[in-house]
Design a protein around this ligand. Structure first.
Ligand code: FE2
Ligand code: FE2
Length: 182
């Protein structure tokens, strides 16, 4: 059997660029999904939930930019398309379980991508994944929390949210870094 040849530096770099771009496509998907839910929740008059959703979408924008900047640093081209279809018109009791699954899957995939970075000798990209995983965990905790409130308290919980303000103030910095998720 021929001996497996060691991958070249360019090949290793290509593998890292690939996972960074896959992650970027997932972020773009999440941005469109959360923006849609933000408008939806606002329409249903759940202002507070709408405002938080907007801030989380802003976090995902920051993630998408971070991945793109790293792709550029490595000499690649950031992707511009998102991953799949955007679920539209979801009722409030579906939104938060749906998003919990989305964040949980993202954490799982990013952990695998971080390993790909390590195996290919790129500790900077690995660190980017690790930092972003921490923020996805904050998103997961929030979505899961709202989901369990809706499950346990239903209308009693939702009635308290109805009519609250969706304002996020001027120049919001996001959910995970804006102090909302702490
Ligand atoms: Fe993200
Ligand atoms: Fe997230």
């Amino acid at each position: 059997m021929p001996k497996a040849t060691k991958p070249t530096k360019a090949q290793r770099r290509k593998k890292v660029i690939d996972v960074l771009n896959k992650a970027r496509a997932m972020e773009l998907q999440a941005i469109y999904q959360y923006m849609n839910q933000h408008y939806n929740l606002d329409d249903m008059d759940y202002g507070e939930l709408a405002g938080k959703m907007k801030l989380i979408a802003i976090d995902e924008m920051r993630h998408a930019e971070t991945f793109a900047e790293r792709v550029k640093e490595l000499g690649g081209e950031p992707v511009t398309g998102h991953d799949g279809k955007i679920a539209k018109g979801q009722p409030v009791d579906k939104i938060f379980s749906f998003d919990s699954v989305l964040e949980d899957d993202t954490i799982d995939v990013y952990n695998q991508f971080a390993l790909v970075c390590r195996e290919n000798g790129d500790s900077v990209s690995m660190k980017i994944f690790e930092d972003i995983i921490e923020e996805e965990q904050i998103h997961f905790n929030y979505f899961d929390n709202v989901h369990s409130h809706i499950e346990k308290l239903g209308d009693t919980y939702l009635a308290k949210i109805a009519g609250t303000s969706s304002s996020t103030g001027l120049g919001p910095s996001g959910f995970a870094v804006g102090g909302e998720g702490e």
